[in-house]
Design a protein around this ligand. Sequence first.
Ligand SMILES: Cc1ncc(COP(=O)(O)OP(=O)(O)O)c(N)n1
Ligand SMILES: Cc1nc(C(=O)O)sc1CCOP(=O)(O)O
Ligand SMILES: [Mg+2]
Length: 540
Amino acid sequence: MVFAKKDVDYSLYLVTDSTMLPPGTTLCSQVEAGLKNGVTLVQIREKDTETKKFIEEALEVQKVCKKYNVPLIINDRIDVAMAIDADGVHVGQDDMPIPMVRKLLGPSKILGWSVGKPSEVETLAKWGPDMVDYVGVGTLFSTLTKKNPKKSPMGPQGAIAVLDALEDFKASWCRTVGIGGLHPDNIQRVICQCVASNGKRSLDGISLVSDIMAAPDACAATKRLRKLLDGIKYQFVDCKLNETFPTAASIQSVICQVSSNRPLVQHMTNKVHQNFGANVTLALGSSPIMSEIESEVSELARIPNSSLLLNTGSVAPIGTLKAAISAYNEVKRPITFDPVGYSATETRLCLNNTLLTCGQFACIKGNCSEILSLAKLNKDKMKGVDASSGKMDVNMLVRATQIVAFQYRTIAVCTGEVDCIVDGTFGGKYKLSSGTAGVTAEDLPCVIIEDGSIPIMGDITASGCSLGSTIASFIGGLDPTGNLFDAVVGAVLLYKSAGKLASTRCQGSGSFHVQLIDALYQLFHENKPEKWSASLRKFK
Ligand SMILES: Cc1ncc(COP(=O)(O)OP(=O)(O)O)c(N)n1
Ligand SMILES: Cc1nc(C(=O)O)sc1CCOP(=O)(O)O
Ligand SMILES: [Mg+2]
């Protein structure tokens, strides 16, 4: 049987591994459970099996695949694929070269290649459409399944680079599956985030081993995966996404919600910010907890209206930060991420990039240097952990903020004399293959907030970090019917207006600290956004 290549469904691609079978199951029983419940492509990958047994197993699996009219791919072994007339082969960078494999297989068989970087995409594009039919894009996340891996986890950002390369090198025929450490807690985020910058393609499917092969109930495991793949909405917070543009009235409503819900704002932050952040949070009718105890993050995340502020100036162990991200994502509670000094040092760059692959953030905020670096638009290294000096072109800031919002499917905030806020959540919508149907970062909703310069804001510690406390309070205090974009915009508008008000009342930086808390308290409890000094306008 020859499968027409254009008809191959890559959406749920099971790769076998009989070394992890649960008791009472067999290679074929796990494969059949998958096929019955939505697996669309099967690859037999038995790295430690002798040829004779491998052929026997492949023939059995082939029989099951034929029953469900699903193609069978053989891993590595072109000889076995030819011997049993399998539907295709998958090889990696260290296996037989693609042109040789294609010559042996002939033109009609499906040929897959493992790809981890754009230069490998350039090669396949040069070979043209008769060589590689699909690529396995990985390793997305760390996995124990692939022994002695040669590639370190690339995260969604690495996959985006591969998707961009496929578009740049015009390899439109080539399909894509993500692979490596894929499980129900990260699949929707991967499909949502892994979109080419031109919006024209996302992954065509996900490929996995242990989530099905090691599942005691492979039927249920496959059904769960199928449901995630066939969904259209990735609701990573229990409030509304991307509804309308913020107005004074909608911001007033946010403040009413925060007042009545009194959110618990867990701060994982630097020592300098802790005390001031706690006082800012209290001024906003919210309840701060400065906890970096890993064993209690799950409990805290489950408290109604919990909200996590993750400021990577924190000295908590990375394992604790990762545990906090998972805990809040698991219960769909918001995380505000502040990548302090994003690329100021190699250590910070590695820490921030690692955390950015670990979960979904409701809001990513940073100063213009941090946002420019996150968007990979900041050529030279950041100077220290302060925002870069000098005026920034607003168009450049907007572009960088839109890129960050688009790539992380988040609400991105770029702070400075002019604040820029972009909603990259797409209302939580996601789709295999077609990405955002061509919608790009430049098309994202963007607002600008300004109130003239407030130089003294830069003369106190933790003023930027405490905007994080304000955002975390506002998004944590939302009702399920509340809107995330309204809350983030409202927080930034309030914070800038309070800064301006405090600057008119203080005698110096010492009293400015106190005046800023007073101004936040006053404006919050008055709740008259239409009277605030900062201006809010749509960009474009
Ligand atoms: C769908 C898919 N993607 C990647 C791989 C990995 O192949 P390779 O790099 O050749 O490594 P081994 O699987 O041979 O260890 C794959 N098998 N399938
Ligand atoms: C077979 C394979 N290839 C990978 C790559 O990165 O190319 S990762 C991998 C194993 C994936 O197993 P699991 O779904 O259990 O994480
Ligand atoms: Mg291989």
